[in-house]
Design a protein around this ligand. Sequence first.
Ligand code: BGC
Length: 766
Amino acid sequence: MTLQFIEPEIHEFNTEIQQPASYIRKVFHVDGNLTSASLALTALGVYKAWLDGEEIDPQYLLPGFTNYAARVQVQEYDLTSKLAPGAHVLSVVLGDGWYRGALGLTSVRNYYGNRVKFAATLKLCYTDHEEEIITDESWKATQDGPIVRNDLKTYEEVDMRKELTGWMDADYDDSAWHACRIGSYNGELVPHEGLPVLEQEVFDPKVLHTPDGNTVLDFGQNLAGHVCFQVTGAAGTQVKLIMGETLNSAGNFTLENLQAESFEREGALGQTLIYTLKDGPQEYRSQFLISGYRYVLLQNWPEEVKAENFRSIAVYSALTFTGNFSCSNEKINRLVQNSMWAQRSNFVDIPTDCPTRERAGWTGDISVFSETASYYTDTRQFLHKWLKDAVSMQTPQGNLPFIVPKVPLDVIPGVDATHLPYGSAGWSDAIIHVPMVLYRMYGDTEALGIVYDAASRFIDFEMNRAKEKHPLHEYKPGDHHDYILDTGFHFGEWLEPGSVMFEDVGKALSHPDAEVATAWLFHSVSEMAQMAEILGKQEDVVRFAELAEKIKAAYRIEFLTNGTVVSERQCRYVRPLSMHLLTEESAKKVSADLNKMVVDNGYKLGTGFLTTWCVLSTLADHGYVDTAYRLLENEQCPGWLYEVNKGATTTWENWLGVDEDGRVIDSHNHYAPGAAMSFLFAYTCGIQPAKPGFEEIVIRPIPGGSLTWAKAEYISVKGKIVSAWEKADGKVKFHVEIPDGVPASVILPDGTAASVTGGVHNFECA
Ligand code: BGC
């Protein structure tokens, strides 16, 4: 199908200034009985479309976020049943979205282009002929509608006095509208691949009158979405709704936790809807502005603020939920819900870091969270689309991005950041790690196929980079240096308790952490050997397996002292243990040392982004189950339940999201720190794939901590799996349900093992 882009803005304008949404329409005639009618739509921007006033698709933010420099999705619809003979009209509102709207930390605009575009082709098939209606100069447009300026992240301004009554009717007088002009697009048009972004759960507010004299709505749940409100007042009254995640220590509305301390750009955060009333009662919800919030500050409200006039609606990709966990510790149950909400809030068409400050597809975040996300939900379709964007961003040299799709990163004054978002250890490796998680969880080889060539080229790039020497790195003697990765930009462990985000970046820029980078290089090369095996690329299996051995040997020389780790940082122990970089003997010593560190630290977390996700499983794998549970159940800061005690409804970016004095810090909606929740499914209840895609199941429950019972349900691609246990009368009773025809082994904590298959099975042990 051919698609021709049109530009509805034909005038010159200052691209520095936010523009109004464009309203576009086309009247067409159906001259007889159709055998079929199909419509294809896409845009560079975000659009909402109607046929004869009826919404064509309930999805938000179409055509979705892809790396527009390379590709954009096309949505297709069958309209056959909707087109009787006569006049019809297609109506479209086109906003800035990710294409030209504010992106990333500093809210840079016009990144992919500074003129929004739209394309449609309607193919009408009659019995004896066909007709194609395409976007061209016959389509009419205006910028003189109610959306005066729009953005996905910062500001939407609406003036309802400019409402275009009747503009979706075929007989509307659009003589004052102008003709669109032909535009162009050099990227690839691809069928819609993502999950639909839809309105989901709805929350009612409590009305708060805060100490500073403001009126604030508390919807009780931090989420990504929009507010739907009803209001009555005099035409011309301008109200404001400002969305935020938290109250400050004084109990007042604040955005201070979301404002990056440095590199601040005026209005970078926004999360603001400015609305001018028309006469009479009215209802509004934004098409284009999606915010991360639990609280809404209302300004200049013209009438008494009544809770029943407001709803908060979560908007996110329509994920199928597959996992549930509950146990006797209510705080852990809340933590699981918080972590799921962090996923919902950050699965808005692409996997993001947070739904507020940056909303960027940070690869490291989804890398560590992908397993947990895949217990909670079916992530395949959502992540396949995203992986294709990652691949489309590979540099000619083979480097892979650490934010997908591309967003600007001009955070360092004077530094051209065009090439910066590439190649960070633990982040760029997501393009290898995420598909391997999908393979283990779903037996999914499609994702492996999407990334394989790019991933293989990335390893070549990494090995070349490893040969370069960093001037500040002091190497130990030996000829292993070509396998130590210490050049390039790497975030490192990132945000260990007590560290400050921008100081971490500074450190990473001057002196990349070679231990982190080399370990991830080993991890990725090992996963590539597995990927090659699965895809039947035998030569590569040997190549990657040999390379992995060399990197491992180099790692041991460079980063171990007499075969063991000497460090005060927990991550230095967790990483080599979890990545199998140690001999059995040194793993014993290193894990004992890690255990001691955690105990000495009062069972408080000491890890950052890159090892928090596996610290519990690493401890349990080496026999320190009790420590793992005490860490999980620790209620002091840093700890997961500290957040729960502070009233969190999502998981925080920083362990100190709210400090003891009530000071609020950083994003309150990052899923990465909750990535360890897969432990509850895979260890506490012990549901794991013994073969990829649960072709064979292992149930190895590990009761522990204060828990007296736990239950996990997981709808695998093979069917529903249940594993529950309960402590009673000095015994533990286990209940297991296995899908029909799937072989499973159940391994109890006392070591007894049983082979079972489909059905319900009960066991007991002391
Ligand atoms: C983001 C993270 C991301 C990180 C890179 C932050 O600003 O919010 O989640 O992974 O930068 O280290």
